[in-house]
Design a protein around this ligand. Structure first.
Ligand SMILES: [Zn+2]
Length: 62
């Protein structure tokens, strides 16, 4: 994980993850957040879905 500085105020940003549960799976969003001004930079989003025959599909979007 690389360090990122806030484009607004130059403070080191915190790396965070947020999980959402939907009807057919989960979405995990990774993002950087500035502790000073609250600016968010979205890293990547991972979708975890249940497929047929109990398989699990994982999709990563950048
Ligand atoms: Zn900031």
């Amino acid at each position: 994980m690389k360090e990122l500085l806030c484009p607004k105020c130059g403070v080191k940003m915190e790396f965070m993850a947020e999980a959402e549960t939907g009807n057919d799976g989960k979405t995990i969003k990774y993002f950087y957040r500035c502790p000073a001004c609250g600016t968010k930079i979205i890293g990547s989003t991972i979708e975890i879905k249940k497929g047929e025959n109990s398989s699990v599909l994982i999709k990563v979007m950048n």
